[in-house]
Design a protein around this ligand. Sequence first.
Ligand code: PPS
Length: 284
Amino acid sequence: MSGYSWFEGIPFPVMWFQKEIVEDIRNMFVVKEEDLIILTYPKSGTHWLIDIVCLIQTKGDPKWIQSVPIWDRSPWIEYSNGYPVLIHKEGPRLITSHLPIHLFSKSFFSSKAKAIYLIRNPRDVIVSGYYFLGKSNIGKNPESLGTYIEWFLEGNVLYGSWFEHVRGWLSMRKCDNFLVLYYEDMKKDTKGTIKKICDFLGKKLGPDELDLVLKYSSFQVMKENNMSNFSLIKLDLHPNGLNIMRKGTTGDWKNHFTVAQAEVFDKVFQEKMAGFPPGMFPWE
Ligand code: PPS
């Protein structure tokens, strides 16, 4: 199975896509005030953020993240295996989504539910996506990184244009119930970012609890946690599972892009992201 399922011009993974679900999310799904929504463009550090949030909820106790698969702890709302779980779940929910803003639940925009939007340098998103999505049967398989960069710039990759996704969700950045995080800041100061998330969620953690969150959400520990590293999903091209924890670094694109590819990317980035204040993106 390769290729995409399309909905209003946005490519979705065939294996988890149902048109009715994506329609229902926008028009019928009701966000509860006590829900917490984790929003990302794919390959931006979604799994990392989910584990951090789960560990904050358990005050650093790893039992939950070590015994329950990540998609049961914080289901992807747009996936056929996530939506039914969410609509039947009582009480506060953790909800994950890669949806662009215009496809997300309308009810969210008039609710006080909190959401965290995590952004990563799109160049690293490309490299991560090329090695993971491009080599699995979740998306279309490019013959080279150059091809994948072209598709990315055209928005012909899963969930469409990174530029539109980020511009769209960043329009919420001044709302009190909306926290914007950057993967690069998380890497540079993970503890500081965990504290920021705690403040946003109104959670108080002691120093030892914070250290436990840090420990169990580290790249190495997550890489070995089968409940978080994607290895439970058996794909046609990877019958033994594919580990989502590839490298977990910033700036890996420099090892992959040619000078010409980097120049083309810079030009498109400047054009498409014009208008944001200087310093908006930590990698620029
Ligand atoms: S997905 O498939 O879209 O949900 O993927 P996503 O989780 O958004 O992104 C996967 C990348 O995040 C990296 N990752 C981490 N980096 C640092 N620390 C921790 N703990 C961590 N967990 C996941 C993961 O390695 C992928 O990036 P790359 O660059 O491919 O390594």
